[in-house]
Design a protein around this ligand. Structure first.
Ligand SMILES: [Zn+2]
Length: 194
């Protein structure tokens, strides 16, 4: 889930894109005080208070040092959904992440592994139909995606962000962005306790 503060690398690109690199405001304030990040943008109407001070919540921060990031893609359901275009690889219908399941092409009972080359996204109906049979074949043979493929596909998918001042930094198609205020999120609220 997206937290309220976007973290950029020293080159002003997001530290991560799939998922977008974010932290909660308490971590952002801590990093700011440790002088590890500089604040580029604040939330206009969002202040937090301690007994002795009031401060504005950072919306975008940038790391003072360049963080080398891994070029490999994490194997997880989010990235599998992005690789497979949020589409069931058997019936080719589009689904949301929560409606898709990880299907072993070669069933586990026959020694199939949980790897990029043996997992495809399937809707529950197709997954049930397939069961332990391996006669149903996915539309294409699953492969490990490159980071560029995942980042490119992620940026062509809809995204919800908590503040419009992230838009110039994330490199997304503006038509695919929904801005929804984090103030509805109780977990992000609270007093400034450091
Ligand atoms: Zn299906």
């Amino acid at each position: 889930m997206t937290s309220c503060t976007l973290v950029l690398n020293a080159d002003f690109n997001p530290l991560g894109v799939a998922p977008l690199s974010t932290i909660n405001w308490k971590e952002a304030v801590k990093l700011m005080w440790l002088e590890q990040v500089d604040v580029l943008e604040y939330y206009k109407d969002w202040y937090v208070h301690s007994p002795s001070m009031t401060m504005q919540v950072p919306s975008v921060v940038v790391s003072r040092t360049y963080v080398k990031s891994s070029r490999s893609v994490k194997f997880n359901k989010t990235n599998l959904c992005i690789r497979d275009d949020h589409t069931c690889q058997y019936c080719l219908n589009p689904y949301g992440k929560s409606q898709l399941t990880m299907d072993h092409v070669l069933p586990r009972s026959k020694g199939g592994k949980t790897t990029w080359n043996n997992i495809v996204m399937a809707c529950t109906r197709c997954n049930t139909l397939k069961g332990n049979k391996d006669k149903m074949k996915p539309a294409k043979e699953p492969q490990r995606p490159s980071l560029g493929e995942i980042v490119g596909k992620a940026r062509r998918s809809p995204i919800a962000i908590p503040n419009e001042n992230w838009v110039p930094y994330i490199g997304w198609n503006p038509k695919l962005i929904t801005v929804s205020s984090p103030n509805n999120n109780i977990d992000e609220q609270g007093s400034l306790v450091l």
